[in-house]
Design a protein around this ligand. Structure first.
Ligand code: HEC
Length: 92
């Protein structure tokens, strides 16, 4: 039993830390709803590609693009990839 539960825990963790792993739409949704949902909805970004959104997010993070709130500056590269992937779905 113990071995089973350890495996169940280790598998998602291994995926999570895999370099270059595909962006996690669910994690992006959770992050965006918590930190950005007050002002942004996924539908607002409909038609934009994840790459385009990620480029905007990076611009906001580095300060190249002006942003009203400080929140996006706290995003890690992983957060950016996840949120971009989620917003690119248009909330579907
Ligand atoms: C308090 C409201 C508010 C919150 C919270 C907020 N934003 Fe924004 N965001 C705005 C407004 C308003 C704009 C339009 C541009 C401007 O006036 O700053 C904007 C624009 C943007 C843009 C486009 C920038 C450009 O120049 O095209 C991006 C990307 C963005 N926000 C990302 C985020 C992310 C990611 C979060 C969460 C971590 C977030 N925002 C949280 C209000 C907010």
């Amino acid at each position: 039993m113990k071995k089973l539960s350890l495996t169940a825990l280790a598998a998602p963790l291994a995926l999570w830390t895999l370099p270059g792993a595909a962006a996690d739409v669910d994690a992006g949704k959770a992050f965006a709803e918590e930190h950005c949902g007050e002002c942004h909805y996924a539908e607002d970004w409909e038609g934009e590609s994840a790459d385009d959104i990620a480029a905007l997010l990076k611009g906001v993070k580095t300060g190249d693009l002006k942003h009203k709130s400080g929140e996006p500056k706290e995003m890690t590269d992983t957060d950016i990839a996840n949120v971009a992937a989620y917003w690119a779905t248009g909330g579907e």
